[in-house]
Design a binder for this molecule. Structure first.
Ligand SMILES: Cc1cc2nc3c(=O)[nH]c(=O)nc-3n(C[C@H](O)[C@H](O)[C@H](O)COP(=O)(O)OP(=O)(O)OC[C@H]3O[C@@H](n4cnc5c(N)ncnc54)[C@H](O)[C@@H]3O)c2cc1C
Length: 464
């Protein structure tokens, strides 16, 4: 067995591992890194994604900090026209490939081992040669912790009879024979993508049946836009979000207010969402989805038979010719093991800002490179929990606000955030100059922060 030495052993060359290493290389000029991944190229789940996948949030703040993704243009056509570019899966993969080949490897400080399974304790085995290597390392970075689950690689939680036409949405593009109807299983962002793709491809909305176990609150993409032109959409809605929290009389009232101010969207105005997973959607996409009238709300699927589908709260008919599209993977699971980001020699990059995994990984690398004391590092990298229910929205908002406040107390951090490409919003705020309308928005935002935080604490304490 061959033994080599490195300072950082990073397992996972997904978005998180890549964003971490990129910032580490910049902020610690001495660091050496070994990267291991079982896939054949960098990009993690994007290497197995469905062919029509795109980013859900703007390209402008996705990827690694040192290299732009996309040209910064707005979408010209489609249901996101006028909003920031959303890179396709192919663009994301080409981007991470270029980061590895043109930045990491030529730096002479990164060794990359694709197609290798990591077993623990610094050992990994090549899938091609079977050779096992041992890497002596000072720090272990777990770039696999978020455990992204996608339809192409997960195992559905329900039974499927052999004569059912069932496939992950990846296989829709390979259909050879039309179906009398499409049953999309899953109400999350992947299910949304499948429905929108079918509609765009010309499938009659009445030929789509959409199984939605629980309705979710959805983030309005218009409020996640970088660039000065969107200042009022992004920052003013943030102010409105904090004011909604501050002024709410109850948790129920809070969600009413968040919808009224344009922070949240919902699929059906008649159905109260009980779930929140951070999915992002445009108003035009939401309106398009409303063309689908066969939305089945009978809980989760438990068994797919050739002629009927059994759900938690009922049954519905189907046929062996219908295509059943699996969109039931959880993407980012919410029930991850609780652990600190920094624990001795182990670093586990996690969310330190809600909905921002790559910014968070970059931030964790910056703190690793610039702060010595472990307690201080963990204080600055408080873990923002991944959401599942409405109450989780309160938890993650509270955790994110506390982090943001602590960061303002740290000398030099404000400047670093504004320079980091993955931080879409600090730049926007720092660039307002003497624009009075924008300054007024900032005054509203600042006035609402502390009372909003107090209200979140109160609601969460009341909820137990
Ligand atoms: C459809 C979709 C769209 C998204 N859009 C956005 C967006 O617009 N903006 C945004 O910020 N986020 C978005 N996300 C989430 C985000 O992209 C990140 O992908 C997420 O944080 C997961 O990245 P990761 O690196 O943690 O995990 P992964 O991509 O799953 O990477 C983990 C890597 O670890 C490797 N690995 C695991 N175990 C081992 C082992 N034992 N040995 C060797 N290798 C191992 C895997 O092969 C994989 O390459 C999206 C996610 C999905 C599913």
């Amino acid at each position: 067995m061959q033994t080599t030495a490195t300072e950082y052993l990073v397992v996972g060359t997904g978005a998180v591992g890549m964003a971490f290493v990129d910032t580490l290389l910049t902020d610690d000029p001495e660091a050496t890194v070994t990267m291991v991944d079982r896939y054949h190229k960098p990009g993690g789940h994007w290497t197995k994604a469905y062919p029509f996948v795109t980013l859900h949030q703007p390209s402008a703040f996705y990827g690694v900090s040192s290299r732009p993704l996309g040209s910064g243009h707005l979408e010209q056509t489609g249901l996101n026209a006028g909003l920031a570019h959303l890179a396709t899966g192919a663009e994301v993969l080409a981007y991470f490939d270029a980061v590895m080949r043109e930045r990491f490897i030529p730096s002479g400080r990164v060794r990359y081992h694709p197609l290798a399974d990591y077993h623990g304790d610094g050992a990994f085995t090549s899938r091609l040669t079977g050779e096992t290597r041992q890497v002596d390392h000072a720090r272990f970075v777990d770039g696999t912790h978020l455990k992204t689950s996608i339809p192409a690689t997960h195992t559905p939680s329900f039974e499927i009879d052999p004569d059912v036409r069932f496939m992950p949405l990846n296989d829709l593009v390979d259909l050879r024979e039309p179906a009398p109807g499409y049953v999309v299983i899953g109400g999350g962002k992947t299910g949304i993508d499948a429905c929108l793709w079918l509609l765009e491809a010309g499938v009659d909305p009445d030929d789509i049946t959409w199984i939605v176990a629980r309705d979710a609150w959805l983030l309005n993409r218009r409020n996640t836009q970088p660039g000065d032109a969107f200042f009022h959409d992004t920052i003013e809605t943030q102010a409105a979000q904090f004011e909604s929290i501050r002024d709410a009389d109850s948790i129920e009232d809070l969600f009413v207010r968040l919808e009224a101010c344009g922070y949240f969207l919902r699929l059906d105005p008649e159905v109260e969402p009980t779930m929140f997973r951070g999915a992002t959607i445009s108003v035009a996409e939401r309106d398009e989805l409303r063309r689908i009238r066969n939305v089945v709300r009978l809980g989760r699927v438990t068994h797919l038979h050739a002629d009927r589908i059994v759900l938690e709260h009922g049954e519905m008919a189907t046929t062996p010719r219908h295509v059943h599209v699996d969109c039931s993977a959880t993407a980012l699971p919410w029930d991850l093991e609780d652990k600190p980001v920094f624990d001795g020699a182990t670093i586990t990059p996690q969310m330190v800002r809600a909905y921002q995994p790559v910014f968070s990984a970059s931030f964790v690398a910056h703190i690793e490179a610039t702060v010595d004391d472990e307690a201080k590092k963990n204080e600055l990298c408080g873990v923002v929990p991944l959401p599942n229910t409405n109450l989780d929205y309160l938890r993650l908002t509270r955790a994110g606000m506390i982090n943001q406040y602590l960061w303002t107390l740290e000398p030099g951090l404000g400047g670093w955030l504004a320079e980091n490409r993955l931080d879409g919003f600090s730049k926007l705020i720092q660039g307002i100059g003497d624009d009075e309308a924008k300054r007024a928005v900032m005054r509203r935002l600042r006035a609402a922060v502390v009372p909003a935080l107090g209200k979140l604490e109160q609601f969460l304490a009341d909820a137990g």
